[in-house]
Structure formats: C-alpha cells, structure tokens
Design a protein around this ligand. Structure first.
Ligand SMILES: [Cu+2]
Length: 316
C-alpha cells in the first residue's frame, strides 16, 4: 500500500485519460530538458571559448543589438508556450468531456473524514474504501463530500478532482488493464488526511459483475455461537447507531457500510490488513489506532470485543 504514488504517474498510466496526460507530460519534459541542455552547453562553450587568456590586455570587441538573435530567443520560447497551451487545452477537453444532466454516473463516491463511501446506483449497493471498477469501459464517477473539501486522486488512472461541500463534481475514467491502483486524498482534510488512501480494484467485466452481484446480497448470517453473540452485541452496543449491515436492523450511515466488510483487503483506508485480530484491536481502541477518527473508544469487555470482531470477520 505504501508505493510512491507520484512515481506511478510517470511509469504506469493505466487508463486512456492517464495515457493522454502522461504523453503530454513526456513531450513537455523533452522540450524542457532540451532547453536545459542547450543553455548548459552554451554557457559552458562561451566560458571556455571567450575566457581570459595570458596577454589579453585590451577589451574585446563589443557587439550590441542583434535583431536575429533576439527574434530567436523570444520567438522559440513563445512558440513552445503556444504549442503546450494548445496541447493542454486539447488534452483537458479529451479527458473530461462535458457531463449533461441526462448522464447517469456509474459510481458515486463521497468523501468523509477520513474514509470513502462508494455507491453503485445501478444496484443501490453501498460499500466503502475499496472501489471496484470494470476495465475497458468509459466510466463516469460522481464525486461528493459530506464534510470538508477532499480530493480524489489515483495517479495511474488520470487526473485528480476536488470534492467540494454542496457541489457535485465528475470524473471520467476508462481503465486499460485489471489490477489494484492506489491513490490518496490530495486536499488536506484534517488529522487523518495522510491516511485517507484510495484503493481501486479494476476487474474484467465478468469479474466485476460477479463482485457486484455478490455484494448486492444481504449480509451473511453468523455461522457459530460466538458470531451470533457478536451480532447481538453489534446491535446493542451502539455500533448500529453509526454503521449499516444490510439485512439486519443496523441501518445507520454515519460510518462505513459493513455489510461485506470481510471482502475488503484493508481496514480503515489501508491502515491495517483486514483480519480478525486487527478488527479486534480497532474496536478495542479506535482512538489509539486512528487518533481523531469519528468513532469513539468503547469500554467493552474483552469477550464482547472478540465476539463482535468474530462476527464482522464472517461478513464476506
Ligand atoms: Cu480527505
């Protein structure tokens, strides 16, 4: 989860949008690099060629004003600027076609301090933090926020987009190849901003449809005595006041939807691997693990905690 995010941008553009941005960036780097080399070469050449030599006592011949040289020095950078301005406008237009009211988003992503809510309008399914998307399809992402400004950015998949209170923004993405793509919230949004990571799981259409079907189902029933007790405790110990588990009486949406929690690879936007013992730790003292998170510490007995964690770990 901790790969250097910026480097991926250059090395692995994985969507049509990212490819366009990447190729613009490459041609810009080539032009800027060429300019830099030319300047270094000229400075070095002039320093050597016109250096002070023994016996040079008279002032060298002074030349002023060269129309040709000035035209070149102003003209070439001006042309380059115009060219890159034009290419930038073309690229921006190509990666973000206009969204009109009749278009339905494929996914609605809402930023919260400090997690992501993910809704699939076609099935009304809601999940959190790990965003599954199909490859080879032009997808429209609708971006919102519940609190402060957040910013969605998965470098390998293209440009970033702000999530602004009381506004709806859109982002197009057409992913080329299956894989996991890591991003991060890119607008400082409070104490745990640095841990507001994004994970996009890009899948073939068939895999994606299977995932969507499986996750649209109601939550799995607890399979053993401890898990049954855990389910009870979840309803009674205020967890249900903030979380939803589809198919149970927990229907609150203050925190992430937990209906298929066990299907996620990570907990808490990448902070912990998703397993029963980490779940137990998290429920035991959320404020030590993610200080400031909007989930309070609970004074629960060890047995109760274990039962809840056991129950949650069965929610495949
Ligand atoms: Cu954020």
């Amino acid at each position: 989860m901790q790969k250097t995010i910026l480097l991926q941008y250059f090395s692995n553009p994985a969507s049509q949008q990212a490819e366009k941005i990447s190729s613009l960036l490459h041609s810009f780097n080539i032009a800027a690099g060429g300019m830099l080399l030319l300047v270094i070469f000229l400075v070095t050449y002039i320093c050597i060629k016109f250096r002070h030599r023994k016996g040079d006592d008279v002032e060298p011949k002074q030349t002023t004003g060269s129309g040709k040289l000035e035209a070149l020095m102003i003209g070439v950078p001006a042309l380059l600027l115009i060219y890159f301005f034009y290419e930038t406008v073309i690229t921006v237009k190509a990666i973000s076609p206009t969204v009109n009211a009749s278009m339905k988003p494929d996914v609605i992503i809402t930023g919260h301090q400090w997690w992501w809510e993910v809704e699939y309008p076609s099935t009304k399914m809601v999940t959190a933090n790990e965003v599954h998307l199909p490859v080879g399809k032009q997808l429209l992402l609708e971006l919102r926020t519940k609190d402060v400004i957040h910013d969605w950015w998965v470098p390998e998949l293209g440009n970033k987009m702000d999530m602004i209170p009381n506004r709806t923004n859109f982002l197009w993405v057409n992913i080329n190849k299956p894989g996991d793509y890591i991003g991060a919230c890119s607008e400082f949004c409070g104490a745990q901003h640095a841990w507001m990571r994004i994970k996009v799981v890009a899948q073939s259409t068939a895999d994606y449809n299977n995932w969507l079907m499986a996750n649209t189902k109601k939550a799995a029933e607890p399979m053993d005595k401890e898990a049954i007790a855990g389910k009870e405790l979840f309803q009674n110990k205020s967890c249900a006041g903030c979380h939803r588990i589809e198919g149970t009486s927990a229907i609150a949406v203050v925190g992430p939807d937990l209906t298929h929690l066990a299907g996620r690879q990570y907990l808490l936007t990448g902070l912990l691997a998703n397993n029963e013992s980490n779940l137990n730790d998290w429920i035991n003292h959320p404020q030590q693990i993610k200080p400031g998170a909007h989930m309070p510490d609970f004074m629960l007995e060890k047995d109760s905690l274990r039962a809840i964690a056991h129950y949650l770990s069965q929610l495949k």
